[in-house]
Design a protein around this ligand. Sequence first.
Ligand SMILES: Cc1ncc(C[n+]2csc(CCOP(=O)(O)OP(=O)(O)O)c2C)c(N)n1
Ligand SMILES: [Mg+2]
Length: 303
Amino acid sequence: MRVDVGIVGDLREVLRQLMDRVERRPNDAWFDRIAEWRADSELREIVRPADAPQHPAVPEGKLLGAQVIRDLFELTDGSAVTVTDVGQHQMWEAQYYQHERPHSLITSGGLGTMGFGLPAAIGAKMARPDQEVWAIVGDGGFQMTSMELATAVQEKVNVNIAVINNGFLGMVRQWQEFFYEERYNQTPMVNPDFCKLAEAYGIPAIRVTERGQIEEAVNETRARTGGPILVEFVVEKEEIVFPMVPAGADLDDMIRRPTPEEFEQKRRERAAVAAVKEAPAETDAEPEPEPAPVATAGTRFGV
Ligand SMILES: Cc1ncc(C[n+]2csc(CCOP(=O)(O)OP(=O)(O)O)c2C)c(N)n1
Ligand SMILES: [Mg+2]
């Protein structure tokens, strides 16, 4: 790169001095654009305060994995070290737990191995005993290394374990929903009772099935000393992590969560298709060809 003036110095100092010499240029158009994007994202948001109007995709009375993570972030003031496994829960963690300190999120970026979360969280707590450490794991990945509960008990590791139980290998189920017509092959899980499993190791366990129970469970977990504790969050089974980039597609081809309006439109289209499919044939004539599927991404178009 061609350099006009070479400056050697502390960047912080040099930039400050340069700022006085540079004329401020208005950037309103760019900031307006960002504000537009923000407003659009807010419309699509599913984690909202409990008393706010909810996105129509949020099933009534269901607990969402995304809500669990957001509430955990707020209840811990974002100060915990979190260690994730691999899957949807990992993405909710990344989206809804805002980390402002370095080294406070231990997670694989991509190509991660299920089963990593629990043992890595035990290691993190041993390395940083003064920090609050949460393992955030899926029901599938947790079962790959759940025998390490014994290590946590034996070594009295005070790690908090959040099992996000959606009854599925959720990340794979989501692909099956979007790209394989909901053929849920090998993804539904027959799980053990996670609370009883913890108790078998002498670990106290709490089950949470509603958003209103999260606060008490998290507070109780944080108050625990001298060993591990497990909270099972029983969440909506068919929650979707957005945005999603189909295999091989460019990043700007990402699939976003529909706005409430788009969601209602899809719902109407699906109802219309279902009505056509269910209508009894009126004549002996050849049946009409099936209408083309209307959903461009995902057939259920859920949360
Ligand atoms: C050892 C291993 N096997 C398979 C995969 C592929 N894989 C990535 S996420 C996932 C599903 C994880 O399910 P679960 O632990 O229940 O988490 P969820 O997506 O439901 O939050 C699978 C099978 C993997 N990453 N590692
Ligand atoms: Mg799961």
